[in-house]
Design a protein around this ligand. Structure first.
Ligand code: SF4
Ligand code: SF4
Length: 230
């Protein structure tokens, strides 16, 4: 005969809150406010009950933690203060890395090696910034250029690597605002990635490393304000 499920078992993989099973009274507030309830049958109330009742491996190996957007609304609204979002993110982190869906694990590794999720070389990035700056100057912003590694600038801005990779004109929107506002800004020539896939893949060390690099750029260049358009 199968063993009965044990609730509140210690040493659980997902034990963000060991009393979760007792605390949750299945009110459904989390599911009611969740923007993705119903997608592929997803239901945060069911997902958190799985974690509480010991069905951790089933949850970790399901699509559900990856359907969750990690917006945190459920956690904010839960009347019992249960850490739903943190539990679902932790479930992501416990998935075998070669089974993380999509490109986010590969991109995280690429970022750690080369400073951005798509591995764009520094020289290519700088050449692109130079070309785009000249284009903008010719398009009605006289004197415009992209100030790279400018020490003491007010703002240091990060970049989403998909822009230099495939949608370079999207960077110009911010630059036009800076130009119109006479803002003192800069972008780092290295480790400029603003999209932290370690956050979304549940990889805490990679998440922390990337945050540290962005902060280090701001410190090295003595900038006052960090702007992450993502
Ligand atoms: S909102 Fe909280 S108490 Fe209500 S079902 Fe969701 S996790 Fe349980
Ligand atoms: S954190 Fe996830 S489960 Fe909670 S409301 Fe947002 S999408 Fe839904």
């Amino acid at each position: 005969m199968a063993e009965p499920l044990k609730v509140n078992k210690k040493n659980r993989k997902l034990a963000v809150d060991a009393k979760m099973a007792d605390l949750c009274f299945t009110c459904g507030t989390c599911a009611g406010g969740c923007p993705v309830t119903g997608v592929d049958g997803y239901d945060p109330r069911k997902a958190i009950r799985m974690a509480a009742l010991g069905l951790e491996d089933e949850l970790i190996n399901s699509r559900w933690p990856w359907i969750c957007t990690l917006c945190g609304r459920c956690e904010n609204q839960c009347p019992m203060g249960i850490n739903l979002m943190k539990t679902f993110r932790k479930a992501r982190g416990l998935r075998d890395r070669d089974k993380v869906p999509g490109p986010i694990h590969k991109g995280t590794m690429m970022n750690l090696q080369r400073g951005n999720n798509l591995g764009i070389p520094r020289d290519d990035f700088l050449m692109l910034l130079g070309d785009l700056g000249q284009e903008l100057a010719a398009e009605g912003l006289p004197g415009f250029y992209v100030p790279v590694d400018k020490k003491g600038a007010n703002i240091i801005v990060t970049v989403n690597s998909k822009e230099p990779f495939g949608e370079p004109d999207d960077m110009k929107f911010w630059w036009k605002i800076f130009y119109a506002a006479h803002e003192d800004w800069t972008v780092s020539s290295t480790n400029w990635e603003g999209v932290n896939w370690g956050l979304f893949s549940g990889d805490d060390p990679a998440w922390k490393e990337q945050v540290g690099r962005v902060l280090e750029n701001a410190r090295r260049l003595e900038c006052k304000t960090l702007l992450l358009p993502e």
